[in-house]
Design a protein around this ligand. Structure first.
Ligand code: BGC
Length: 349
């Protein structure tokens, strides 16, 4: 079988490899890989800036946004041959820390967690892969074309849960949300906002194109003006930040409604400096009881919430988010960004 591998820490080492078919160990599912989503983290790994190979090896199979079909499910596993599944990204640390011991491996405290396709575990960018049934999630069969959006949906399911948990510390009745960034994370965050009955606004830089159309088709409002102006007018109760751009982050934080919650999901590139009025930022956060929270990854509860959200979504709308499907053999093509890309997917079979 073929797999897309990389030597972490060295730029430009991504290549297709022929590898022996994996043999599922006791209790594991054998899964035929259907597709893999490409995200910023994959690009960082390919650029040599992130990622770790499994211990004792120098190459890592890429891919953490998975979608596959069960080829063989062991008896008694709760899965059946033919089930549509995704594999969970993270595994608890081996110590384990208190959070991992309680199933909150997305909140790992000692950093010794592992992640498929990212950190010390081979990923899902392979024509066949194995997974422990406890770390596989079944999807509604009608999501066969779009189920590869599951992993980014788990990330936003967690982001929304963070906002709810923080909101619940006092009286809370959010009405308006601003999502900054109309990439896959931003659009999926907007979808969950609409599913919650909120007044959803999405801000990005482009003035036309598939992102703008996707926001309109969702019943949300699109903006492409300066963040401080847009957020200043909207006074959102919740901001889900999905650009990771420093100026967007700070302008959003400064313009929430009182008791505003800003959830940061964008993994930014270090080294870009910005001049901000730290006193004004602090004053506003204190005087308005605002909260800024970072959120990464997802645990099994978020996977269940995401599967439920995707199950309720309009498949035609989800299909809009996958703007290119590229066969595995042409992976370099998938890694080159096009201006109208939302989610680029590598097809594996
Ligand atoms: C993935 C997360 C992962 C994070 C850091 C993101 O792209 O979606 O699951 O925890 O990268 O490695």
């Amino acid at each position: 079988m073929r797999a897309l591998t990389v030597r972490p820490g060295t730029a430009g080492t991504a290549q297709l490899e022929d590898r022996p078919d994996p043999a599922p160990s006791d209790g594991q599912l054998l899964v035929e890989g259907l597709a893999i989503g490409v995200c910023g983290t994959d690009r960082e790994i390919i650029a040599g800036d992130y990622g770790t190979a499994p211990p004792g090896r120098d190459r890592l199979v890429l891919g953490h946004e998975s979608l596959g079909r069960v080829r063989h499910a062991p008896p008694g596993s709760d899965f059946h041959d033919g089930d549509l599944v995704v594999g969970v990204v993270r595994r608890p640390d081996p110590v384990p820390c208190g959070a991992c011991a309680h199933g909150a491996f997305d909140m790992c405290r000692n950093g010794r967690y592992t992640e498929r396709g990212i950190k010390e575990l081979d990923g899902y960018a392979a024509q066949l892969w194995t997974v422990e049934p406890d770390y596989a999630v079944r999807l509604d069969p009608r999501l066969a074309e779009v189920g590869v959006l599951m992993e980014p949906t788990t990330v936003v399911a967690k982001a929304w849960e963070q906002a709810d948990t923080i909101g619940a510390r006092s009286w809370y009745d959010p009405q308006r949300v601003l999502v900054t960034g109309a990439g896959p994370i931003g659009l999926l965050a907007a979808l969950l906002g609409i599913q919650r009955g909120l007044d959803v606004h999405v801000l990005d830089r482009v003035a036309t194109g598939p992102k703008v159309d996707a926001v309109a088709a969702l019943g949300a409002t699109y903006h492409h003006g300066p963040v401080d102006e847009v957020a200043g007018k909207l006074q959102p109760d919740v901001v889900i930040e999905a650009t990771g751009a420093g100026s967007v982050v700070f302008d959003a934080i400064a313009n929430t409604a009182p008791y505003g919650i800003t959830c940061l999901t964008g993994v930014s590139t270090p080294g870009r400096r910005l001049s901000i009025d730290a006193g004004a930022q602090n004053r506003e956060i204190v005087l308005e009881n605002d909260v800024v929270v970072g959120s990464v990854n997802a645990n099994l509860g978020h996977y269940r919430a995401a599967a439920e959200a995707l199950g309720r979504a309009d498949v035609d709308w989800l299909r809009r988010l996958i703007t290119r499907r590229v066969p595995l053999e042409q992976f370099t093509e998938a890694l080159t960004a096009h201006p109208d890309d939302i989610k680029v997917v590598l097809t594996l079979s």
